[in-house]
Structures are given as structure tokens and as C-alpha cells.
Design a binder for this molecule. Structure first.
Ligand SMILES: CC(C)(COP(=O)(O)OP(=O)(O)OC[C@H]1O[C@@H](n2cnc3c(N)ncnc32)[C@H](O)[C@@H]1OP(=O)(O)O)[C@@H](O)C(=O)NCCC(=O)NCCS
Length: 180
């Protein structure tokens, strides 16, 4: 798809215009395609608490899930106006739990409900999964905005784990029941 290649050279005003046009429209949620990678790379590079050091690991995970669909999936939120990929989520299928390993939205498209749409789609995947009864995600105890986001999507705090991602890193574990 040429729009991905074209988009890399576009100006900030292009994104501002397109994101404003999208304000009233729901994103298209679909599976990841290899041609999404330039857009996702841009999202990861600019997202708060992400950055260049995450690129290699995120790409590795996307490749693993894409080649092994029984192990996980990558969802992309597409802007219905510009057709750019403006958000993504990588979800691992664990034993009886789906785990959101990463979720991020393009910095110019924040607070338009895209993250929530991705989570709602993941909840549906979980409800249809034969074994899963929990959706799980973790976030840094310092990341207030992410905590507000997960709580607004219906997650409950399942616990706090010290020294989780690295020594001195404390993560809050969020859980959501998929089935009664
Ligand atoms: C977390 C993230 C994915 C949320 O995506 P989003 O599309 O902006 O979120 P939504 O618009 O769907 O927000 C849904 C609700 O979550 C809450 N929320 C989202 N962002 C928030 C913020 N910055 N501050 C407070 N509450 C917030 C609000 O209740 C919001 O509803 P409202 O806008 O009607 O008030 C996005 O902020 C992001 O990509 N951050 C950078 C990457 C990251 O930190 N990922 C999470 C790692 S654990």
C-alpha cells in the first residue's frame, strides 16, 4: 500500500489535519500487515515511555506473532480518512489468559478513543477464545495516564510487582474478567 511509504515524508500539519478529520470517526481495527511497519515504527519512536530502544524488541514480537498466529496477534487501528495506521496492540495468547504486551497510539491521535477501540476488540477476541478467562496487562506505577486508561477500559488492579521489568521497576498488574 503506497500510503505508508508516502506518509513518511508528510509534514506535522498533515497529521494535525487528518487527526482533526478523524475526530468523529471510529478507527478500523484489523490485523497487522507487513506494510504497516513504517507507521508502527513512527508510533513507537514518538510515544511516551516508548522510543528507539523499543523498536527492535517490538519488531521481533510482531514477527513472532505474525508467523505463529496461535501464539499471539497484532491489531492495527487504521484511520478511515487517511488510511494510515495510527495505533496498534500486540496480544499474547497465554494459558487461560490473553496478555496485552504492547499498546500505543500515534501521538497526534491521542484521546480520540482509538486505544479504547483496540481494547474492546481484544476483549472480543478473549471472549471468543476457548480457554481464556482473563485479560491481563501491566504498566509502570509511575504511568498515571496509562493507569487511568486501563481503569476506564474496565481493568481492575490485580497486584503490584516490584523489580518486574528491571531492578527498581515496579509494575501494576491489571486484570479483566472475560467470561462469567
Ligand atoms: C495509553 C494510550 C494507548 C491510550 O490511547 P488513547 O487512544 O489516547 O486512549 P483513549 O482515547 O481510548 O482513552 C480512553 C479513556 O482513557 C482515559 N485516558 C486516556 N489517556 C489519558 C490520559 N493521558 N490522561 C488521563 N486519562 C486518560 C480517559 O478516561 C479516556 O476517556 P476520555 O478521553 O473520554 O476521557 C496512549 O496514551 C498511548 O499510546 N500512550 C503511549 C504508549 C503507552 O504508554 N502505552 C501503554 C503502555 S503500558
Amino acid at each position: 500500500m503506497s500510503h505508508n511509504r508516502e506518509r513518511r515524508g508528510r509534514s506535522p500539519s498533515f497529521y494535525a489535519r487528518k487527526s482533526a478529520e478523524m475526530t468523529q470517526m471510529a478507527p478500523i481495527i484489523r490485523n497487522y500487515r507487513p506494510e504497516d511497519w513504517p507507521d508502527l515504527q513512527d508510533i513507537i519512536l514518538r510515544a511516551e515511555n516508548f522510543g528507539p530502544e523499543f523498536i527492535q524488541h517490538e519488531k521481533l514480537r510482531i514477527d513472532v506473532f505474525t508467523r505463529n498466529p496461535e501464539f499471539g496477534t497484532v491489531l492495527v487501528a487504521e484511520d478511515p480518512v487517511s488510511h494510515n495506521s495510527v495505533g496498534f496492540a500486540a496480544v499474547q495468547y497465554g494459558w487461560r489468559a490473553l496478555v496485552i504486551e504492547s499498546i500505543a497510539v500515534h501521538h497526534r491521535y491521542l484521546r480520540k478513543g482509538i486505544g479504547r477501540e483496540l481494547v474492546e476488540h481484544i476483549k472480543k477476541l478473549g471472549a471468543e477464545h476457548p480457554n481464556a478467562d482473563v485479560l491481563r496487562v501491566d504498566t509502570g506505577d509511575f504511568m498515571d495516564y496509562a493507569q487511568r486508561f486501563y481503569e476506564s477500559c474496565g481493568f481492575k488492579v490485580g497486584g503490584l510487582v516490584s523489580h518486574y521489568l528491571s531492578w527498581h521497576n515496579d509494575q501494576i498488574i491489571y486484570v479483566l474478567r472475560l467470561k462469567d
